[in-house]
Design a protein around this ligand. Structure first.
Ligand code: SAM
Length: 214
């Protein structure tokens, strides 16, 4: 077992601790309330394609990108035969999509893995999102570290807490990082990137936001 984000994540999805179960339900319902049969939707960091599979029946088209070849292989298996989906091996910082392609861009917790590149990713999202489109994303919240550690403890390769107060963690084998955010931190990041929050919900370990360009 390699200690890559997708491996770690797939273990969590298969056997989610209680706080993650709450998150998965909230995430699905929030997204469902923000899409329609007209939506052209992008999932950034689509992993195994779990979200795309569940929500493809509710949108016109669901596209996924992930920068891990193994994730793309997994998602191609899971999404085989679903007509309105496409997945691409691509990095969120620079995609092949034309300007203003998507009605909805979604990121499920992957925002916590971007580290220093988060502003480049936000700038790319701004480019490919329609002017009235929605950018919806979830993050680990400021209290999430103990729930996160419940899942991290089992991983081959181990992890290092770089800053406990900020919830900044590095996975030792591949140096991937994961962080967590308060609502104020997200507000300030979005403000700098040119987005405004329309709606948000929170649970024990997460915040989920719907935002627009502005
Ligand atoms: C925590 S998993 C979430 C998977 C999926 N969103 C889900 O909820 O099941 C993070 C995924 O994001 C991908 N990822 C991380 N950084 C990325 C980037 N810069 N561009 C594209 N994908 C990325 C990883 O390869 C991994 O599959």
């Amino acid at each position: 077992m390699k200690s890559r984000t997708i491996d770690i994540w797939e273990q969590t999805v298969k056997n989610p601790p209680k706080d993650y179960q709450e998150y998965f339900i909230a995430e699905k319902n929030f997204l469902k309330n923000n899409i329609s049969k007209e939506s052209i939707t992008l999932d950034i960091g689509s992993g195994s394609g779990r979200i795309i599979k569940e929500l493809a029946p509710y949108v016109k088209k669901f596209v996924g990108i992930d920068n891990d070849p193994e994730a793309i292989e997994l998602s191609k298996e899971l999404l085989d035969n679903i007509k309105n989906v496409e997945v691409y091996l691509e990095d969120a910082e620079k995609t092949h999509f034309k300007n203003k392609t998507f009605d909805v861009v979604f990121i499920g917790l992957t925002f916590c893995n971007f580290g220093e590149s988060k502003f480049r990713v936000l700038s790319e999202i701004k480019r490919i999102l329609k002017d009235d489109g929605k950018f919806i994303f979830s993050v680990f919240n400021e209290n999430a570290l103990s729930s996160r550690e419940e899942t991290y403890r089992h991983y081959d390769g181990g992890y290092t807490i770089l800053d406990r107060k900020k919830g900044l963690v590095r996975f030792n084998k591949d140096n991937a990082i994961s962080e967590q955010f308060s609502k104020d931190e997200i507000r300030s990041i979005l403000d700098k990137a040119g987005f405004k929050i329309n709606e948000s919900i929170s649970g024990k370990m997460f915040h989920i936001f719907s935002s627009k360009k502005g």
